[in-house]
Design a protein around this ligand. Structure first.
Ligand code: SF4
Ligand code: SF4
Length: 239
């Protein structure tokens, strides 16, 4: 079990799963679902379709996943590592966890099976599931980055819906090349949580135990945003 400051989230379902769940969603209802998710203050949704190999590797029997993304508060991120900061980060996590149950209830009300994948369950890697969405990358500082922001947290719902708009190509792969020429996080990490080849050393990182966010705050993706960094990268490639 990894060190974490997040507390388990109790169940907040108000609606039971349907006995005969549907497995196809109409475009109109998908738009309504997106709107419902955004109204809960999530910044977006991604979708992962898990392959047979993936399910076998992780010993799971579900495959359609909604990833609800929220932007971690800038004000909290900018605080120095402290107990108070970890409490606030946990509160934010609990708030969005509760909203995720509301999204699951929305799906259940519309006759789809929907269950939150517990974020503290170590038997499956949520990051590995996130990567299956083809909508994110792992940065050098070990952040799971989506285009919306670097400081994104997420919750996941497994569902009976088979026809979600899954992506089959990841257009963010260039980020690893950019990171290999940047390295600011390696230079500025107060815990020296990177080895001599620049590989992240999880056990030395104090993000989860004390709330360190230094590498997020100094990262170009945080300071300028994904699109600006991408434009700069593309310009450089053309020279
Ligand atoms: S600081 Fe640089 S190397 Fe580190 S994650 Fe951000 S872009 Fe990548
Ligand atoms: S969160 Fe802090 S300790 Fe962890 S890699 Fe980033 S700067 Fe280093």
């Amino acid at each position: 079990m990894r060190i974490r400051y997040h507390h388990p989230i109790p169940n907040f379902y108000k609606v039971e799963n349907p006995i005969n769940p549907l497995n196809s969603i109409s475009e109109t209802l998908l738009n309504d679902l997106d709107e419902f998710i955004l109204n809960q203050n999530f910044i977006g949704v991604s979708y992962s379709k898990l392959s047979d190999e993936f399910k076998k590797e992780w010993n799971i029997d579900w495959d359609n996943i909604l990833i609800l993304k929220y932007k971690m508060s800038d004000d909290i991120l900018k605080m120095n590592p402290s107990k108070e900061k970890t409490v606030l980060e946990d509160k934010e996590f609990q708030d969005f966890g509760r909203k995720t149950f509301e999204v699951a209830d929305f799906l259940r009300q519309n006759n789809f099976k929907a269950d939150l994948i517990h974020p503290l369950d170590d038997s499956v890697s949520l990051r590995a599931i996130a990567m299956q969405s083809m909508d994110c990358v792992i940065t050098r500082s070990n952040m799971c980055m989506f285009k919306e922001a670097l400081n994104v947290g997420f919750f996941m719902i497994k569902t009976s819906i088979e026809n979600l708009p899954y992506k089959n190509e990841n257009d963010m792969q260039w980020v690893s090349d950019f990171c290999s020429t940047c390295g600011i996080c390696i230079d500025r990490c107060p815990e020296k949580a990177f080895d001599e080849d620049g590989k992240f050393i999880r056990k030395l990182c104090t993000a989860h135990s004390q709330g360190c966010s230094k590498c997020v705050l100094i990262c170009p993706f945080y300071k300028q945003g994904y699109e600006k960094v991408k434009k700069r990268y593309d310009r450089k490639q053309k020279r």
